[in-house]
Design a protein around this ligand. Structure first.
Ligand SMILES: [Zn+2]
Length: 595
């Protein structure tokens, strides 16, 4: 590849030239018109409606959704470019307000659809083509849906109820300042800056970083714990008492369209495999020259490797690794660069982290990273471009059936990272860098799989205990128990970790979200194993999974690729890959890290 790639800012011109120009004004007016027109069709929604009339209404809804998602996309992306830009902040707030009103005005359609009798719904779905799964999935919520006025009340009360609790939680915890003495100098850090030190090669600094993190959270533990209990009670009141889900986790499972039994199996198989990471931690202790690993050391590097990659080199590595798998993938990734949809540079005020934002099937996704040259940054670039490729492969679907649902959403991104690591290992001759890459792979697998599984197990326990009247301190005690099961004898725990749970964003914001990370990563390990075993024969199956987007239930999409997520053996296959990785590392001669 001869192109040179430089760090740059993206362009949003493919969406709108500006937030206050004619094109944007027209877009707002047009959304209003589409919604008003849609409202006039309300009386046409009867059990006897003809398939043609029904599809015309569905397409009208899609047109409004597409345009709304374009405006939303512009507002969200513009804000991330510079989060301190007040014009962008205001515009985002204005768009959110406008869209909430539009959503309430179109709510009647989904309510009517869920309420329609089985025979007529089937009659209409038969002619719905690619919209079918979206329609089907909406109806799956029928047994858990309330009446229109009740749903509206829930929405309104949520804004000052659970949603306010979540905002309050964010406001309190985002204000925290952490103090850490580094090289004799006391620094004031954000949580993101502090967390860099948990991977530091100095053991004292790692311990200090964790102690400071939980010192600050523990100060507010009573308040944060109470907020959690209220969110959990609200979840129970709504999901169990009002909507009649079988268990607290079932509401999330239905949104992911995964049967409860599948998630029970995932959690059970994972618990049975806790030992593989315990073995890894014992191995890490030997590399660090200690008797037993402390909880502070689980992400410690085993070598001092500080290799960096220039951005053009990183881009080439990513393209090459995709190209080796299938030139189509490299071509799609290049589209993101060619259309200036990538924001790669580090700028003041720009949002931290990385993401891929897919707006509409006919638009190349936008990707944001903060590239600093570390191996992790190269992996992140591969990860986010993987997301973009996933969207682009599924572009033939409707706006409703194009996004992969949560359990499949991390497939292409994680697979992309694995392709990159293979490529790096292939060409890397420095033994230290190679070892660093291999150990990091297992570090990451731990963080995305086992850590998340035990969060989900804690949530299950905490929801039950809260129902039974447990106090915040009793929940903290249960959390320590959860950690003891998880780490066994392999890791020495210190008491401040009892407050780790009050620092986990997801268990507050999206109950039972976390298992999806483990689901996605284990799925990719299993797929990667099939790829290694079958080579070329595997590729069309993989492309097919991605191209399906969100047009069918995850279990059905995977069934067609010969994967049965109902079987314990499938999940075990993912853990077998980790077992092999750990065995490979155990076979290396130990070189104790000198700090
Ligand atoms: Zn991702």
């Amino acid at each position: 590849m001869t192109d040179t790639y430089t760090l740059s800012r993206w362009s949003l011109a493919d969406l709108y030239p500006s937030y206050d120009g004619e094109a944007m004004k027209t877009a707002f007016a047009e959304i209003e018109n589409l919604v008003a027109e849609f409202e006039t069709r309300r009386s046409a929604l009867t059990a006897e409606i003809s398939p043609d009339d029904f599809m015309a209404i569905v397409r009208q809804f899609e047109a409004a959704t597409r345009l709304a998602s374009r405006v939303n996309g512009f507002a969200a992306l513009w804000f991330t470019e510079d989060t301190q830009n007040q014009a962008a902040q205001n515009f985002l707030a204005r768009v959110e307000q406008f869209m909430a009103v539009m959503q309430n005005r179109t709510l009647f359609f989904s309510l009517w659809w869920k309420d329609l009798d089985e025979a007529n719904a089937n009659r209409l779905m038969d002619g719905a083509g690619d919209y079918r799964y979206w329609l089907e999935q909406m109806r799956a919520f029928k047994p858990h849906t309330l009446t229109e006025p009740e749903e509206k009340i829930v929405n309104i009360k949520d804004t000052t109820g659970v949603n306010a609790f979540k905002t309050l939680y964010d406001t309190i915890t985002n204000r925290y300042v952490f103090k850490l003495t580094v090289d004799g100098e006391e620094k004031e850090l954000t949580r993101g800056e502090l967390s860099v030190y948990v991977r530091h090669h100095d053991p004292a600094l790692r311990a200090a970083a964790y102690q400071e993190l939980y010192r600050v959270y523990a100060q507010d533990s009573t308040i944060l714990g109470m907020m959690y209990q209220n969110l959990v009670r609200d979840w129970r009141n709504e999901q169990i008492d009002l909507r009649h889900y079988a268990q607290p986790i079932s509401a999330r499972n239905l949104a992911n369209d995964i049967p409860d039994e599948v998630i029970d199996t995932l959690l059970k198989v994972s618990q049975e495999n806790a030992g593989v990471f315990q073995r890894f931690f014992q191995l890490k202790a030997r590399w660090l020259g200690v008797e037993r690993l402390r909880r502070y050391d689980i992400y410690a590097p085993v070598v001092k490797a500080d290799k960096t990659y220039a951005f053009d080199k990183a881009a080439e590595l990513v393209f090459d690794s995709f190209e080796q798998f299938d030139p189509r993938l490299a071509g799609l990734a290049q589209r993101v660069f060619a259309e200036k949809h990538l924001d790669s540079e580090v700028r003041k005020g720009k949002q931290g982290g990385a993401f891929c934002y897919s707006i509409n099937p006919d638009l190349t996704p936008w990707v944001q990273v903060n590239y600093q040259g570390r191996p992790d940054d190269v992996a992140t670039l591969a990860h986010e471009l993987g997301h973009a490729i996933h969207s682009m492969l599924a572009e033939k679907h409707t706006v409703f059936t194009w996004h992969a649902c949560l359990p499949l959403a991390e497939t292409a991104s994680t697979f992309g990272e694995m392709m990159l690591i293979d490529r790096l290992l292939e060409q890397e001759t420095d033994e230290d860098v190679r070892r660093d890459l291999l150990f990091r792979q297992v570090d990451d697998a731990y963080a995305t799989i086992m850590r998340q599984i035990y969060f989900a197990l804690f949530e299950r326990t905490a929801h039950q205990m809260t129902q039974d009247g447990a106090s915040v301190d009793e929940l903290a005690e249960a959390y320590l128990d959860n950690l003891r099961q998880h780490f066994g004898e392999a890791v020495e725990l210190s008491d401040e970790f009892r407050w780790e749970w009050v620092s986990i964003f997801h268990i507050y914001h999206v109950p039972f979200y976390v298992y999806a990370y483990a689901f996605g990563q284990l799925l990719v390990f299993a797929l990667y194993q099939q790829f290694k075993a079958e080579g070329e024969a595997f590729k069309p199956r993989y492309i097919k999974i991605l191209s399906a987007g969100g047009s069918n239930a995850p279990a059905r999409i995977l069934d067609e690729a010969g994967i049965d997520i109902r079987k314990a053996e499938f999940w075990q296959g993912g853990f077998d890959v980790i077992r092999d990785l750990v065995a490979q590392l155990e076979a290396l001669p130990v070189k104790v890290l000198q700090v």
